[in-house]
Design a protein around this ligand. Sequence first.
Ligand code: MG
Length: 159
Amino acid sequence: MSMRIGFGYDSHRLVEGRPFMLGGMLIPHHKGGLGHSDADALLHAITDAILGAAALGDIGTHFPDTDPVWKDADSKLLLKHVVGLVRQKGWTVGNVDCTAVLEQPKLRPHVDAMRTTIAALLGTGVEAVSVKAKTNEKMGFTGREEGVCAYAAVLLERA
Ligand code: MG
């Protein structure tokens, strides 16, 4: 069994009047992520971690924000596309562990639905998907609620 690890990070500014997408879910909130796509920082971090594990570049090279095709794009489709790319190279996702950092809204009520959504996109069982949420103790851009960020680690396996 061959294994590769990958790490991903992403952040998006939070602004009034945008839908707040995180972990593939629409989360009720008065602000949402500003971005070319739907600005789902958690799915973007996972997508970058998968690309990183396979050394296939990053999300910006595959989905440039200068390309109108990706305007308001559903990040679930970007993640699904990248899972397909690494699958072509013989890799499957072993597990993913990710952390979102934001002061509010509280994510706990949404974590199980996020895990189910992400597992379906990755083609893994839900037990292979960990989603954690933290505040930043009111420090920095996440603490001031100017933005949301997310980190992800992923394991790819090849028989
Ligand atoms: Mg992003």
